[in-house]
Design a protein around this ligand. Sequence first.
Ligand code: PEP
Ligand code: MN
Length: 339
Amino acid sequence: MILVLKPDATEEQFEHILDRIRELGFTPHISRGQHRTIVGAIGDENIPHAEEVFCSLAGVEQVLRVQKPYKLASREFHRADTVVQVGATKIGGGSLGLIAGPCAVENFEFLDEIARRVKQAGANILRGGAFKPRTSPYSFQGLGEEGLRILAEVGKKYQLPVVTEVMDPRQVGTVVRYADMLQIGARNMQNFDLLKEVGQARKPVLLKRGMSATVKDLLMSAEYILSSGSSDVVLCERGVRSFEDSTRNMLDLAAVPNLKGLSHLPVIVDPSHATGRPDLIPAMAWAAVAAGADGVHVEVHCCPEKALSDGPQALLPDQYDSLMAGLRRIAEAVGKTVP
Ligand code: PEP
Ligand code: MN
């Protein structure tokens, strides 16, 4: 870290700063300019509290990090792209994760029909919520374990690995028995106890960006999961809150190449929750892959008017077919493979 001292820092403050740098296990490297002094603190920047201690020292004006605050998630420490394997599906390193399914598992018949159609179109992971994070406590909350049972059964029938959201650390033990991948929803991106619990489950994790979270916040949350034992995290851009009210959220497409530059983890995009509009979803899915995404996550329903959650944003199976037809052309142009 680099400590820039105030122009009027006293000798006494300067000596105290050097003492604290050494006490925390760093080696000070002093550079005295005409107007101010700069001290390099050489050592492991991830020592807990070090940055905060340096910021609070009298005589210090600014502290600059040299390393990223996330380590396991960073490309600085792991140059090659990580490929996350979910069942037989690979996400990253040129393989696209094509996640599709209803917002919520409602019954066997609907899910069976949706899975049959998305599999035919080329999806390679089936999604469906059994524990739903709803804005209103009076909205459908999901079928719970019965929903997980249906999801696992249908996934098996169509040879599709399944992903589903886990909302509470107490649910992790149950969800891992049915799911091939655990989803952390946007609302829980900074539920740190949940991230730790999910990291210990040793299953691939789909980590969605919080609606008001920065790219750095997302990577710090990935760091929680990675540092708890998991090495398989897929990051998901799903739109952030903005002043624009003609779409559900604002899709931050720049986050895709931004994240891929900063991290080795695969990055996918969810244009369904990002836009909330079936008319915009295909274009945003194509743009995501063109921007370097390692997959797309799309809500599909065979009968949106009977859906118990997010019906208005669901694509019909025919619409998903044409999304996938376009996606194949884009994928080919950028050297990615679609099943
Ligand atoms: C979901 O994928 O079902 C969901 C609730 O998404 P998000 O957490 O991104 O809002
Ligand atoms: Mn949804």
